[in-house]
Design a protein around this ligand. Structure first.
Ligand code: NDP
Length: 342
């Protein structure tokens, strides 16, 4: 059973050398009798920025750290091969937390955010890790539940072409908002404007002054900032918020590798006279609306109202580089790795 293991706890941005492909133990392709577990063959693995937080020896994170020498775990899509759990049967497709390995023995009593997947000819299976998975749900819950959007409002999204950002922008457009996204390459900017329907987009790496860039696109200010990056972009957005604006603090990918999460924020004072609401959130707080999310987003997708961009790598040996790429922006869209045929 080939596995990707964490070699050692990391500092700074993860590198491929922090992970290792290991030919694990030979395993029997069976779920042991009486174990209440089930054995799955992993088909697709998801790479997500939050995983970086689990690669550090840092216990106050909301998820426990990985253990050096042991396989990394994350969201995946898998097929049940054998089962000693009455709720899961051979052939079932499941999505949830699984191992970065060919086969995983899972126990549904562990909190794996497990759900069964029904095949749908109109929707690629891997989308259950992106559009219909944690990333898509983060966009949906964050936009509707945290941002309190109104028709006609101006919305700014950072890391806008990524797994979460691309859906936030499209939902905001469907809601009747004016939407601008920032991204780290001209190719991504082109994607935002020409495929994802953003009104405007800019390459933040080409802007010497982020405040000036935001003033250019939002001369009357920003009602909603959906923040995926933190740092200097959040600081610039604070200067450009409208009175009673909302900032959804979704993630801080620019800071995840630094020790001080407040680095780069000088303009927080602006939130007071402008009565800006800043709210951090975790998608897991909103799981009660997951069924509603699935119904809405599947509908939008099938009606052609939204599209979804995926970045697919092939092979278990490429999972480490795919994860590392999230922190320099090599991914274009949701980063997924196919490790076995459906
Ligand atoms: P993405 O698909 O957007 O991938 C990460 C992107 O971040 C990269 O492609 C890159 O895009 C951008 N990036 C990387 N480094 C930097 C940097 N130093 N400064 C600015 N941008 C950078 O990831 P996701 O959509 O999966 O996640 C987006 C955010 O949402 C993350 O912060 C993540 O932690 C957060 N999140 C939060 C959840 C919650 O419950 N609160 C749940 C899921 C995700 P570019 O080329 O444009 O720079």
């Amino acid at each position: 059973n080939k596995q990707v293991i964490l070699s050692k706890y990391i500092e700074g941005i993860p590198t491929e050398a922090d992970m290792e492909l290991k030919v694990g133990e030979t395993i029997e392709l069976r779920a042991p009798k009486g174990s209440s577990s089930f054995l799955v063959k992993n088909l697709y693995l998801s790479c997500d920025p939050y995983m970086r937080g689990r690669m550090r020896d840092f216990h106050s994170s909301y998820l426990p750290p990985f253990v050096p020498g042991q396989r990394i775990e994350g969201f995946g899509l898998a097929r049940v091969i054998d089962s000693d759990d009455g709720d899961y049967h051979p052939g079932d497709l499941i999505c949830g937390i699984t191992g970065w390995e060919e086969y995983s023995l899972l126990r549904s009593s562990n909190d794996l955010q497990l759900r069964k997947i029904q095949l749908d000819d109109d929707i690629p299976l891997s989308y259950h890790l992106g559009l219909l998975g944690m990333a898509g749900f983060t966009a949906y819950a964050g936009f509707y539940e945290v941002c309190s959007p109104k028709k006609g409002e101006s919305v700014f999204v950072s890391a806008a072409s990524g797994a979460v950002g691309q859906l936030v922008g499209q939902l905001a457009k469907l809601h009747g908002c004016y939407v601008v996204g920032s991204a780290g390459s001209n190719q991504k900017v082109d994607l935002l404007k020409n495929q994802l329907g953003f009104d405007e987009a800019f390459n933040y790496k080409e802007e010497a002054d982020l405040d000036a860039a935001l003033r250019r696109y939002f001369p009357e200010g920003i009602n909603i900032y959906f923040d995926n990056v933190g740092g200097s972009m959040l600081d610039a957005a604070l200067l450009n918020m409208k009175v009673r604006g909302r900032i959804a603090l979704c993630g801080m990918v620019s800071l995840q590798s630094l020790s001080s999460s407040s680095q780069g924020i000088n303009n927080l004072y602006n939130a007071i006279p402008k009565r800006v609401r800043l709210e951090g959130f975790l998608q897991s707080d909103y799981l009660h609306i997951f069924p509603q999310f699935l119904e809405h987003i599947k509908g939008y997708y099938k009606e052609g109202k939204i599209v979804y961009i995926e970045d697919m790598s092939e092979g278990l040996e490429l999972v480490p580089s795919a994860l590392v790429g999230l922190f320099s922006g090599t991914n274009i869209g949701k980063q997924v790795v196919r490790i076995a045929k459906e």
